[in-house]
Design a protein around this ligand. Sequence first.
Ligand code: DQA
Length: 145
Amino acid sequence: MTKSILVINGPNLNLLGTREPEIYGAETLDDIKNKMTEKAETLSLSIDFRQSNVEGEIVGWIQEAREAHDAIIINAGAFTHTSVAIMDALLAVGTPTIEVHLSNIFKREEFRHHSYISAAAAGMITGFGAIGYLMAVDAAHNMLK
Ligand code: DQA
């Protein structure tokens, strides 16, 4: 059976392509969605790709993932550094989770060095730009084998 991965993008990631391209790259979120979907198909995985600027909506999606998805790939954007609620939701559902960041959060401002998501993630991919999302599909594939 095809396994399903929920891909969650947090605040401001809808602006990719025009948002600080020197940090986040020139690709849009749609470009990333298309590449992930293509790669997932080659591995017999399906991708449910979402973005929200609203913390509570992301918490709701994570809660639903317990029933509906086999793994979660999440770039929580700025909520990475602030959201106990998203961390708690991930810990509560226990769905295997991979954390992604386009930029290398450890090379940036001090407030970006701490991630609440990491406490609930199997691992983090950070600093490889949009390719990091494709690396996360590989990681999910391995975890679900
Ligand atoms: C980000 C890094 C965060 O610090 C930032 O708030 C983002 C994007 C990244 O993908 O590099 O919105 O998660």
